[in-house]
Ligand binder design. Structure first.
Ligand SMILES: CC(=O)N[C@H](C=O)[C@@H](O)[C@H](O)[C@H](O)COP(=O)(O)O
Length: 229
């Protein structure tokens, strides 16, 4: 296994992302968020966007999983080889990309994309998938690590309120590559459970780095309580 991926075994990676139009959608702000989660003990950072990645790379030595969300199609996480090469160019250690079987905007297959990233950058590839079958196919396509990132985010994958830990367990048991649990992990207990279910590492984003959503959890609970009281 790639030594950098090996170093993440049993550890927490924190995803530091803000969304278009939000007040925190600012590379300098995300750099500071990444520095803050490093103080809390994050073993790695996952981040989005070329400038965010450059600033975080310059500020922190932690393993950095990079992606570039772009376009308005179904495939939006590092959708093309050009996006993947640009992510690698920021100094990110791992290139995360859409690992589903859906057509990519540049018409390359996942296997072609992974091979080109390996040949041209030497960086490992994290394939973000939504189903068991996609995880198996992504490992066969050469992905170095598979993430459950897109479970519940494709029209054909399971949608539940919480993380798909059954998917994490099945992929972790069957794949020859490490599996990262990612997506809707909202509590320390769920993060620990994902590791117990076999995940190599766990990525948490929203519950740590997205104050608008965290605040909404609280405001809704308070409103609910006020209604029932
Ligand atoms: C589906 C999609 O676009 N996921 C993105 C992938 O990078 C991010 O928006 C998520 O925040 C990240 O996966 C972490 O997940 P959560 O925020 O649920 O802990």
């Amino acid at each position: 296994m790639n030594p950098l991926l090996a170093a993440l075994r049993g550890r927490l990676v924190v995803s530091c992302q803000a969304y278009p139009g939000e007040p925190m959608r600012d590379p300098e702000t995300m750099r500071r968020v990444a520095q803050a989660v490093a103080i809390g003990g994050a073993a790695g950072i996952r981040a989005q966007g070329l400038e965010d990645l450059r600033l975080i790379r310059a500020a922190l030595d932690l393993p950095l999983i990079g992606l570039w969300k772009d376009g308005d199609g179904d495939v939006f996480i590092t959708p093309t080889l050009e996006h993947a090469l640009a992510v690698a160019g920021t100094g990110a250690d791992v290139v995360a990309l859409d690992g589903t079987g859906r057509p990519r905007p540049d018409r390359r297959t996942l296997a072609e994309t992974v091979r080109a990233v390996h040949e041209r950058t030497g960086r490992p590839v994290m394939a973000d998938v939504s189903t068991y079958e996609e995880g198996v196919a992504a490992a066969e396509a050469g992905a170095d690590v598979v993430g459950t990132t897109l479970a519940g985010y494709t029209p054909y994958s399971r949608v539940g309120p919480g993380p798909d830990l059954d998917l994490v367990a099945r992929l972790s048991a069957d794949l020859p590559v490490p599996v990262i649990a990612e997506g809707r992990i909202h509590s320390p207990e769920q993060a620990a459970e994902a590791l117990r279910r076999g995940a190599h590492a766990v990525v948490v984003g929203t519950a740590i780095t997205h104050p608008a959503t965290i605040t909404r959890w609280f405001t809704e609970a308070v409103a609910q309580d006020a209604r029932s009281g």
